[in-house]
Write a protein that binds this ligand. Sequence first.
Ligand code: UDP
Length: 215
Amino acid sequence: MTLYGVYGASGFGREVMPLLYAQVGDNPDAHCVFVDDSAAQETINGHKCVTFEQFVNYPSTDRAITLAIADGNIRRKLATKCKAAGLRFLSVKARNCMVLDQSPVSEGMILCGFATITSNVTIGHHFHGNIYSYVAHDSVIGDFVTFAPGVMCNGNVHIEDHAYIGAGAVLRQGKPGKPLIIGAGAIVGMGAVVTRDVPPGTTVIGNPAKPLVKD
Ligand code: UDP
């Protein structure tokens, strides 16, 4: 039996489980469960919910897990824990997502419905492309990057590790040899229109996007 785990049984995890089930559910040896450290309920939407310890000790010949929690820093922490426990990571792709030429699917990537990755895109581990988001040609995306629904990442954009791009944000196209850069850990607010590089760790909002000033 192969045991498949969706780590995180909250909002995003419940959206990812049906995608995983559509991907592997035909296999009678596959068993899909939620993994959640709170594991407040025994079943969610008809799927068993177990703790991490229960998952790693479950009688099974093979185990794979996908990290379905939007916060990239939590995903990084959980990836380290899963790796130490010898788990392999699973990529989950909605049947109607698209990945075009020379854009390898990365370890632990989750692509939700209608998400699109066009040609010659490089993406790091544990990327989340939520519904209706896209990454266009020649972009380079780091590890643990998160796209909320409807993100439009145009061509030649580089996004460094752990950046979070909010719903409906638009990232202006860069140029070959001069990409638009979103720095590590940056946050782009929902609906922002990003026309310039965003420094690491900075939150930007608005159109054109500017650093958020806290009062
Ligand atoms: N969670 C967990 N272990 C952790 C951190 C989070 O099991 O180390 C679970 C947490 O109990 C919650 C889910 O992950 O059920 C995260 O839910 P949240 O609504 O914060 O995120 P989303 O589903 O929106 O990505």
